[in-house]
Design a protein around this ligand. Structure first.
Ligand SMILES: [Zn+2]
Ligand SMILES: [Zn+2]
Length: 169
């Protein structure tokens, strides 16, 4: 017997009541393997609205999830929120409705093709691999303008501060 995740609904009960509206927090573990590692679901919830039409049951679903994604430019892991809606039609003969598959499909659609930690992410230096969001590495190949300015030696740095030596007593 599978662990009851609270996502299986009795079709008979929904028909009897003439519909059902449910909001659920979802266990991120439900979505294990749905996203390609290292991406994963950090938090998720769903709003489910079942309505009865004739004998069949229509489900309008909305899923919201916070996903941990790897930036396509700099490789950092970041969290972003997404939402998806879906609908399903269940035929008259159905006895129980398991929505976990529909939820997993919706979550699988969420990550963008190239997730970015920020729209202006500078990515990694092509030459040395430094994260250009954090520092300017100085490689001519990595970037253009910033290089000269930041690579220029400060003429006063050489003078430095006079070193005070502690006198031994
Ligand atoms: Zn990034
Ligand atoms: Zn570099």
């Amino acid at each position: 017997m599978e662990k009851d995740s609270g996502l299986i609904f009795s079709a008979g009960e929904i028909r009897e009541k003439g519909g059902l509206t449910v909001s659920r927090k979802l266990d991120p573990g439900l979505f294990a393997g749905v996203l390609e590692a290292p991406a994963e679901v950090a938090k998720a919830s769903a709003d489910l609205v079942f309505s009865v039409g004739g004998g069949s049951i229509l489900l309008d679903g909305a899923v919201r999830a916070a996903l941990r994604l790897e930036c396509a430019r700099c490789g950092v892991l970041f969290t972003a929120e997404f939402s998806e809606t879906f609908d399903e039609l269940y035929e008259d003969a159905v006895e129980s409705i398991d929505v976990s598959g529909a939820l997993a499909e919706s979550v699988a659609l969420m990550p963008p093709l190239k997730p970015l930690c920020a729209p202006a992410c500078k990515g990694l230096c092509a030459a040395c691999g430094a994260d250009l969001n954090l520092k300017v590495c100085g490689c001519p190949a990595g970037h253009g303008e910033g290089f000269k300015e930041n690579g220029k030696e400060n003429p006063f740095r050489a003078l430095g501060e006079p070193v005070k030596k502690k006198r031994a007593k």
